[in-house]
Ligand binder design. Structure first.
Ligand SMILES: [Zn+2]
Length: 82
């Protein structure tokens, strides 16, 4: 079963960081969705990956370290309870 992991990308023209959900397959590849969690960025607007294919725990810690550059809508998704 594919597990959900997270990739943080920098948007080219704004330098904002947005989170993408990605599905990880058994061979350790991961494919991000075309749109960020907040829907404000697409993968082709990315200038770089801050991290890729990381667990939710890792994403929380890393986004906290990045501070205000990270999109609030994307970050709040990590703190939702299911
Ligand atoms: Zn966002």
């Amino acid at each position: 079963m594919a597990k959900v992991v997270y990739t943080l990308k920098r948007k080219r023209n704004t330098n904002e960081l947005h989170l993408f959900e990605a599905s990880q397959s058994e061979d350790d590849k991961c494919t991000p969705k075309n749109k960020s969690i907040c829907n404000k960025m697409s993968t082709d607007e990315s200038s770089e990956n801050i991290f890729a294919c990381q667990s939710e725990d890792y994403a929380r810690t890393s986004c906290a370290n990045q501070g205000r550059k990270v999109c609030g809508i994307c970050v709040s998704h990590l703190y939702e309870t299911y």
